[in-house]
Design a protein around this ligand. Structure first.
Ligand code: ADP
Ligand code: MG
Length: 695
């Protein structure tokens, strides 16, 4: 078939046909272009493969060799045997399971890369090794070079014979017929200044790399394209957002704002002042605010947010403060209601446990404009909740909310200003990707006099000693948090563990102490009452599940015990640590780990104990877990990157961002490079253009 184009239906590529075409299409590969952008999952470097003659029992190695013989063995357990050989020797490969299917896959002369553990039984063997087809002896063999690409496969693709080997053949064919159809869209200037590989070359090299260095250059070029596209979409979103016009921007701060500010029991830190200034600038501008306020636990974001809310109210608007837990909502409300009332601002609390008539009463007052600031959980985005004039929305611990939830709150007002807050310091590169459309304010400092929380980790065998130590500390009027993990998957068991722990403490370990228990299954009002008791020092120890992880403020709490610390992520551990040492006494965190503790688990705890900088913690957390787990992809609506790694490709990301801004600034919507960028991206990006819409 002549004249292939990127858009040509995949079934017309020689060697595909209707059956394979359908299988490919169901994997998103419906055109020849999409096939070219189906990149290898990994590579096998032949020169790094072990020679068969050098294998020893117990080795875990990759070898490359040819199938010398194939046969089913019947004596004993039925099994498939391949003898694989290279110039240095032979090895036996065995499959006891799946042989019926596998038998048909292999033929004499196939070249395989095989990875597994070497055993010895009347000779060298590997049982159930991983394998990849590299090539075969038959006519149509394509030169694969030293580095062999391995494509992501599925059972469905396998069924129609689409193995890595066949992908190589198809892609090589498509490439040879299509090279002139792939247009470079990056300008010379950028290609030259950033030393990017030209697009055609990058696509060829990512499939059939000459060597590892060139392969990495190809990956970088394509990663750049991916990052550029995402940055382009983010910039589109930002521009769309900022093109809107508020009907009533705020005037400069007035009496109420200044009254609250002057009556604070402390002076704002430099970081708080700067952030507040940026927020006030946004709120007094005619363009809507879309800002993220970032600051480590305890840096004092709340007061900044409250002052912003006061400014909104002063200008005739209403503000909503949405937080992820009822406890935190209650605490914000309890902490601010009176102070706000003093300057004539009315506030209310709306959480899930407020229902029926009580809820209706709040909703009615809110709609009538009698409530100025509404504190609450996601209950405030419920259908029945309507504002008279929502002009500012504040979302605390924003990564706990989804994009949709943010959008739903925004729709309750007429273009409200948006302020989202996070205590999880996000490494800049990642925040450029996740929140590239937001303006960023940072509180880098902490209120004066804060001492870092001393942190240690201990094995569970030391629990007895730890409680003895705690008993002596309680004599000195220190208060103690004991935290148990709670995750959805094992919620029942987790609750049980917290309850058992509580029981043991009250009945046998520290029966003479005043101990409370809170967790998510306890009714909100009871829970709040218990926390209040702890706050007022009527309780000495509070046993809690992770409900207290975010936000709550108990000045007298100085010791934090984290049970099953091996089950928490670094950022989570750090957040919890922020709960103690908030008063004038230094804090102590004791992480207790239970066996089995993995190597990474131990590493994590060591790091936690040795580092108090939330920013470094977040970076390490990212390195250890990757961005998906760090935030939970589902929550922030960020689909995976295919080539780029937004953490390690920092330099590329920076260039991509600058260039995306330049494209927006200098080019009309129908300019060629804009259109080529979009066409090109459509071939491979997991991101779709709706990413550019404002949520
Ligand atoms: P976070 O940024 O973690 O939300 P908070 O807003 O809860 O922090 O503040 C933590 C504690 O620090 C609160 O008790 C708050 O009253 C206090 N605080 C905030 N700003 C200051 C300041 N400038 N000086 C002293 N204490 C402050
Ligand atoms: Mg907070």
């Amino acid at each position: 078939m002549a004249n292939l184009e990127l858009t040509t239906d995949i079934k017309f590529l020689k060697g595909v046909g209707p059956r394979r075409g359908e299988a490919l299409a169901s994997h998103g590969i419906d055109s020849v272009g999409k096939l070219l952008y189906y990149f290898p999952r990994r590579y096998i470097d032949r020169s790094e493969a072990a020679s068969i003659g050098s294998l020893k029992e117990g080795d875990y190695k990759t070898i490359v060799g040819k199938v010398r013989t194939k046969g089913l063995l019947y004596g004993g357990k039925r099994r498939l045997e391949l003898i694989l050989g290279d110039e240095t020797g032979d090895i036996q490969l065995l499959w006891f399971v799946g042989w019926r299917f596998l038998e048909k896959q292999f033929k004499k002369g196939d070249e395989l890369a095989v990875t597994g553990t070497v055993k010895y039984f009347q000779g060298l063997q590997m049982v159930h090794p991983e394998f990849e087809f590299i090539g075969d002896d038959s006519a149509e063999q394509i030169h694969t070079g030293r580095i062999v690409p391995i494509y992501p496969g599925t059972a469905e693709l396998g069924k129609v014979g689409l193995t890595s080997r066949s992908f190589r053949k198809l892609i090589s064919l498509a490439m040879s017929q299509l090279e002139t159809g792939i247009n470079e869209y990056l300008p010379e200037k950028l290609l030259a200044s950033s030393k990017f590989m030209p697009l055609v070359e990058a696509i060829r090299q990512i499939h059939f790399p000459e060597n590892a260095e060139i392969c990495e250059m190809a990956r970088q070029r394509l990663a750049f394209d991916e990052l550029l596209y995402v940055q382009y979409l983010l910039q589109s979103r930002r521009r769309k957002f900022k093109a809107q016009v508020k009907s009533n921007p705020c005037r400069q701060p007035g009496k109420k704002f200044n009254d609250i500010l002057e009556n604070l029991p402390f002076k704002l830190t430099a970081g708080q002042k700067q952030s507040l200034k940026e927020i006030v600038e946004d709120m007094t501008s005619i363009k809507p605010m879309n800002r993220m306020l970032q600051g480590d636990v305890g840096s004092g974001k709340t007061v900044v947010a409250i002052l912003a809310a006061v400014l909104a109210v002063e200008n005739g608007g209403q503000a909503a403060v949405m937080v992820p837990t009822e406890i935190l909502a209650g605490q914000h409300f309890a902490g601010w209601r009176e102070k706000l009332e003093k300057v004539g601002i009315s506030s209310r609390l709306l959480i899930g446990s407020i229902k029926g008539a009580a809820k209706k009463e709040i909703a009615t007052a809110l709609k009538a404009g009698q409530v100025d600031i509404l504190f609450g959980t996601h209950a405030i985005i419920g259908k029945s909740v309507e504002f008279a004039n929502l002009s500012l929305m504040i979302i605390d611990e924003q990564h706990r909310f989804g994009v949709m939830q943010r959008g739903r709150l925004a729709k309750k007002g007429d273009l409200p200003d948006r302020l989202v807050m996070t205590a999880t310091p996000i490494p800049r590169t990642l925040s450029m990707t996740l929140y590239g459309d937001l303006d960023l304010s940072t509180i880098p400092d902490k209120p004066p006099g804060r001492k870092p929380v001393k942190t240690v980790w201990r094995r569970a065998s030391k629990v007895g000693d730890i409680y003895k130590y705690i008993d002596t500390e309680l004599n000195k009027k220190n208060q103690v948090f004991i935290i148990y993990p709670l995750v959805e998957k094992s919620e029942k068991l987790d609750l049980q563990a917290a309850e058992d722990g509580y029981k043991e403490l009250t009945e046998t370990i520290l029966p003479h102490r005043k101990i409370g228990l809170v967790h998510g299954r306890i009714k909100a009002d009871e829970r709040d009452a218990i926390i209040k008791k702890f706050h007022d020092r009527e309780l000495e120890i509070l046993v809690a599940t992770t409900v207290i992880e975010v936000g709550i403020d108990i000045p007298g709490a100085t010791i934090l015990v984290i049970q099953h610390a091996e089950r928490f992520g670094l950022s989570q551990l750090h957040q919890m640590r922020g709960r103690v040492g908030r008063g004038d006494r230094p804090g102590l965190a004791i992480a207790i780990a239970y066996d089995p503790i993995s190597d990474t688990g131990r590493q994590r705890l060591e790091y936690f104990a040795s580092t108090s900088d939330g920013f470094k913690i977040a970076e390490a957390d990212l390195q250890l877990r990757g961005p998906g787990e760090f935030f939970g992809t589902r929550q922030h609506g960020l689909p995976g990157f295919r080539v780029a790694n937004p953490i390690t490709d920092q330099d590329l990301l920076t260039v991509a961002r600058q260039w995306a801004i330049e494209i927006h600034n200098n080019r009309s919507d129908d300019s060629d490079d804009k259109i080529s960028l979009l066409n090109h991206a459509a071939l491979f990006s997991n991101f779709d253009p709706s990413f550019a819409e404002i949520a």
